[in-house]
Design a protein around this ligand. Sequence first.
Ligand SMILES: NC(=O)c1ccc[n+]([C@@H]2O[C@H](COP(=O)([O-])OP(=O)(O)OC[C@H]3O[C@@H](n4cnc5c(N)ncnc54)[C@H](OP(=O)(O)O)[C@@H]3O)[C@@H](O)[C@H]2O)c1
Length: 364
Amino acid sequence: MWRLGGCRIIASRRAARGLRSVSTAVTSSRAVLLPRFGGPEVLEVRPDVAIPDLKPREVLVRARAISINPLDLRMRSGYGRSIFEPLLPLILGRDISGEVAAVGANVSSLTVGQDVFGALHPTAVRGTYADYAILSEDELTLKPSSLTHVEASAIPFAALTAWRALKSTARITNGQRLLVIGGGGAVGLSAIQLAVSAGCNVSATCGKQSIDHVLAVGAEQAIDYTAHDLEAVIKGQFDAVLDTIGGPETERIGVNLLKKGGYYMTLQGEAASLADKYGLVIGLPIATAVSLRKQLQYQYSHGIEYRWTYMRADVEGLDEIRRLSEAGKLKIRVEKSFPITEVRKAHDVKEKRLIPGKVVLEVD
Ligand SMILES: NC(=O)c1ccc[n+]([C@@H]2O[C@H](COP(=O)([O-])OP(=O)(O)OC[C@H]3O[C@@H](n4cnc5c(N)ncnc54)[C@H](OP(=O)(O)O)[C@@H]3O)[C@@H](O)[C@H]2O)c1
């Protein structure tokens, strides 16, 4: 038995030599638990949290860096409680960059010792705020060698969210025009870079402090939404609008700036909040009805496609994200990192918006 990073590890000799192994078993790990919903103070770093056995397509990842997403903060305060409350205590966290520690019996694309990065699905219960996290093979790929673990951890969840909207929903193509509303955050910046790489012309709205960065990653126009009347400043019509803010005003502006047949995509779909309000059994059908009603309404009134879009694992998308990141064409700036033991502080600064960009938890 080895002791490594606060974890008990029982390993085969094959694993010790770095070979693919199904017999490696890490039995427990330090992890950040969410025992109840609330402020940052409810997060608890526990030394010995049991790790379940790996299913055949799963991979055990020794975490080196975990980025904080807005979803982590929202889940901590009770968003998605209709799904998550019966499953407490949870482990938060979607993104991860680290090393493969063990693989399930049917994993064929990854081997023990490789550096990987990836992200869990939004509804995963056992998240990545831990020394060891479990992801499926499809949720991971090789870490770009040009990036540190901290840099790599900032990318997957945000970039896969943008990928799904742009590539799976709007199917953007070379020469099209994209508007990103709220382009200064991780999803917005990912969307700009993915669209520019696909040969699109991108305009984005963002806060004053993000203007230079939005232009530096390839947008041809960056508009400060706190200082300008967006409708007066944004010229022409777009093939797709990705709205990361998703309020009534940004929705109104977005749909009015689309060409006929264009896609308005909001990241603020109401499925989870309606399920929280009415319970899963009633809330989810209501959400489907609300979404369909808006789709029909906008088809009729504007001739456009209206969609709620969500992050989803996508092997092809993650590979393309890795390729672009490796080539320096997709990067999310990390503003600050904290040791995982300071997770409460990290959540606090994100929540109070004391740090504008990505915040990452480092695991020693
Ligand atoms: N549907 C999904 O599956 C999915 C997936 C990922 C994210 N999301 C959601 O998408 C949003 C963006 O995520 P992200 O990861 O890009 O977040 P992020 O990196 O924290 O960036 C959010 C950006 O939004 C702007 N912003 C934040 N609070 C604001 C406010 N109160 N009013 C106006 N603008 C505000 C800021 O841009 P400026 O600095 O330019 O002002 C900020 O940089 C979040 O709401 C998140 O929950 C949804």
